[in-house]
Design a protein around this ligand. Structure first.
Ligand SMILES: Cc1ncc(C[n+]2csc(CCOP(=O)(O)OP(=O)(O)O)c2C)c(N)n1
Ligand SMILES: [Mg+2]
Length: 390
């Protein structure tokens, strides 16, 4: 007998501790041809205009970020700038199947999600410029986009920090009796953070309608997946330990992303059950704009191969052209519009005023251990009683 009163157990499965010879390759889901999910119900219901709309959105995200890079190089933007270029189909595909009670929360690589939920390029660019017209009044920057009116709960800089918040949003939906889901995005680096596992445990235990979307771009800063995660064969599979359904998806294929996320949303709405989805994708640029070594921890060939064979815009664009929904000229027009919109947003941001000095204390959340009228409220904002009384 063991001290705890249980009986000695033999190991049911022996674990091969050796990593596969090419663990990064081992994570790739079965390559499917881009049309494979075209006939999923959520895709057959699309009009040609809606299909073109997804391409337009992916172009808007890409051109917005490229314009932001130029502004950064001109010294108009400071601080962090994490680019989403290469991953556009993930945000566009997954959020395009959301309904009015579905919510979204993500990490710091948040520009794509913001534009897809309907935030304007102007408010997003102005936020990067640190201007008062930005979505967070110029005080959040690239990592802290926020639009609660669009069910978009940020923009979070602490790796994995958004994952318990995602469970909380799902809990709130359930508590209010609403048929909704929370799409909570995280990187492949965040799956090893403790809060993620605590959140998974509660999601499984309490039947929370949360969908964890792991945007597996293969790297956490300069560290490859193979060097950071045990069992790199599949990150989503860890959900089994919490009794949660999971799947691994080609993140560059828009139709596939929509089909699989729609299934997960259905599970959340109809059964109030969580899902973990791993979307295999790739980022073309460095971890952030300050990552000068983006081609030191991976080869140029690796980047170019992805761009050549799996670029989400090119792959999807080809389908629309083959279907006669678009032609090359119309694609050029979409691209041109996106560039012009991004340029106009940069001009808007440039012209906008900076926040005033006194704005530094507005919209700041704090709790106090000072005795006073706020003691029972649990939270107060600086501007509730600014200037503070001594
Ligand atoms: C708790 C915590 N630890 C470390 C960092 C520093 N850090 C910022 S981003 C990052 C890598 C995260 O990679 P991943 O989750 O794969 O997201 P990606 O950048 O690829 O989108 C790290 C370690 C942080 N912000 N928070
Ligand atoms: Mg990553």
């Amino acid at each position: 007998m063991l001290p705890c009163g249980g009986t000695q157990r033999t190991l049911l499965h022996s674990v091969n501790s050796k990593t596969p010879s090419n663990p990064v390759e081992a994570i790739r889901p079965e390559p499917l041809e881009p049309r494979h999910y075209e006939n999923a119900p959520v895709n057959t219901a699309l009009t040609p205009e809606q299909k073109v709309g997804f391409l337009r959105m992916m172009y808007r995200i890409r051109r917005f970020e490229e314009r932001a890079v130029r502004a950064y190089q001109q010294g108009k933007i400071g601080g962090f700038l994490h680019l989403y270029i290469g991953q556009e189909s993930v945000a566009v595909g997954s959020l395009s199947v959301c309904g009015k009670n579905d919510h979204c929360i993500t990490a710091y690589r948040d520009h794509g999600h913001a534009l897809q939920v309907g935030m304007s390029m102007n408010e997003c660019m102005a936020e990067l410029f640190g201007k008062a017209t930005g979505c967070s009044k110029g005080k959040g920057g690239s990592m802290h986009y926020f639009a609660p009116d669009k069910n978009y709960w940020g923009g979070h800089g602490i790796v994995g920090g958004q994952t318990p918040l995602g469970a909380g949003l799902a809990y709130a939906l359930k508590y209010q009796g609403l048929k909704g889901a929370c799409l909570c995005y995280l990187g492949d680096g965040a799956v090893n953070q403790g809060p993620y596992h605590e959140a998974l445990n509660l999601a499984g235990l309490w039947d929370l309608p949360v969908i964890y979307i792991i945007e597996n771009n293969g790297y956490s800063m300069g560290t490859s997946l193979a060097r950071s995660s045990a069992h790199p064969g599949c990150l989503a599979k860890r959900a089994e330990g919490y009794g949660i359904d999971w799947d691994i998806i080609n993140g560059h294929l828009l139709y596939e992303v929509r089909a699989k996320v729609a299934e997960a949303i259905d599970r959340a709405h109809e059964k109030s059950r969580p899902t973990v989805l791993e979307l295999v994708t790739y980022r073309y640029r460095g971890h952030s704009i300050a990552d000068a070594n983006a081609e030191k921890y991976r080869t140029k060939d690796e980047i170019q191969e992805y761009q050549r064979s799996k670029d989400p815009l090119t792959v999807y664009e080809r389908l629309l052209v083959e279907d006669g929904i678009l032609d090359e000229e119309k694609v050029k027009g979409i691209d041109k519009e996106a560039r012009e919109e991004a340029n106009a947003a940069a001009e808007f941001a440039d012209r906008s005023p900076y926040p005033q000095e006194q704005d530094i204390v507005s919209d700041v959340y704090w709790t106090t251990d000072n005795p006073g009228k706020h003691d029972n409220q649990g939270r107060i904002f600086f501007n509730d009683d600014w200037p503070a009384k001594s």
